[in-house]
Design a binder for this molecule. Structure first.
Ligand SMILES: Nc1ncnc2c1ncn2[C@@H]1O[C@H](COP(=O)(O)OP(=O)(O)O)[C@@H](O)[C@H]1O
Ligand SMILES: [Mg+2]
Length: 215
C-alpha cells in the first residue's frame, strides 16, 4: 500500500532521509519509531505530498505521490486520514464544525454532513461535546477530535503523528484502543511515536528511523 523507495530528503544541508526505503502492506499496523528530530513528521509530510523528496519515490497504492499535481493531491488526501502532531484544530469552530469543515471543503452535501459528523463523534466518545470549542477540551479530547476529523472520509489509511503527545496514561490507552478498533475494521495504520507505552500496547511492526535510514 505504501512504498518509500530510496527517498532522500534534505532541508538545506541537513539530510533528514538518506535513501530510505520501506513498505507497508494493506491492513498492516506499523509503528514508526525514532528520537525527536529523527524525521518522523517529515515521513508523514512526504506521504501526504506536503513535502517532496529530493530523490526517490513515495508511492501509495502504486501511484507516485511526489508526481501528483495539486488537483490530484487534493483528491488523494481525502482518502488518507491524518492526525497531526499539533492537531491543527480550528479554534473558532465547535467540535461539530471542526469535523464538518473537513467534509465541507470536499463539497459534501449537507444531509451527509449532518449524518456523518455525529457518527464519527460518537465513535471517539465526543458526541456530548459537539457544541464545545476546542479551547474547552482536555488534551485527550482534542486528540480524539483530531482523530474524528481524520476518520470522517472513512480512510483506508490512517496516519497518526505522535498521537500520545502529552497525554496521560489513561488517555493514551483509550486512543490506542480506538486505533486497534480501526485496524480490526480493515484500516492500514501508521503511527509515529517514541513513547514506550504505545510500543507496548500497539503490538505493531516497528520501523526505526535513525540517521536518515529506516530499519
Ligand atoms: N520545513 C523544515 N525546514 C527546515 N528543517 C526542517 C523542516 N522540517 C523538519 N526540519 C528538520 O528536519 C529534522 C527532522 O524533523 P521532524 O521530521 O519534525 O522530526 P521528528 O518528527 O522525528 O521529531 C529536524 O532536525 C527538523 O529541524
Ligand atoms: Mg514529529
Amino acid at each position: 500500500m505504501i512504498s518509500f523507495h530510496n527517498v532522500t530528503k534534505t532541508f538545506g544541508s541537513h539530510v533528514v532521509l538518506d535513501e530510505a526505503s520501506f513498505e507497508i502492506s494493506p491492513n498492516e499496523l506499523v509503528i514508526l519509531n525514532g528520537i525527536s528530530g529523527a524525521g518522523k513528521s517529515t515521513v508523514v509530510s512526504l506521504l501526504i505530498g506536503a513535502e517532496k523528496p529530493n530523490q526517490g519515490t513515495v508511492e501509495v497504492d502504486s501511484v507516485v505521490v511526489n508526481d501528483m499535481d495539486n488537483d490530484m493531491l487534493q483528491l488523494y488526501r481525502r482518502k488518507v486520514g491524518v492526525v497531526y502532531q499539533d492537531y491543527k484544530l480550528l479554534p473558532a469552530k465547535t467540535v461539530f464544525e471542526n469535523v464538518a469543515f473537513a467534509m465541507e471543503v470536499c463539497e459534501a452535501p449537507n444531509e451527509l454532513i449532518q449524518e456523518r459528523v455525529p457518527e464519527v463523534l460518537k465513535k471517539v466518545g465526543l458526541l456530548s461535546f459537539a457544541e464545545q470549542f476546542p479551547e474547552h477540551l482536555s488534551g485527550g479530547e482534542r486528540q480524539r477530535l483530531a482523530i474524528a476529523r481524520a476518520l470522517v472520509h472513512n480512510p483506508r489509511l490512517l496516519i497518526a503523528d505522535e498521537p500520545s503527545g502529552n497525554l496521560d496514561e489513561a488517555n493514551v490507552r483509550s486512543i490506542i484502543d480506538l486505533f486497534k478498533q480501526l485496524h480490526s475494521e480493515g484500516a492500514t495504520l501508521l503511527i509515529t511515536t517514541h513513547d514506550p507505552l504505545v510500543h507496548q500496547l500497539m503490538n505493531g511492526r516497528i520501523l526505526t528511523l535513525a540517521k536518515g535510514k529506516i530499519e
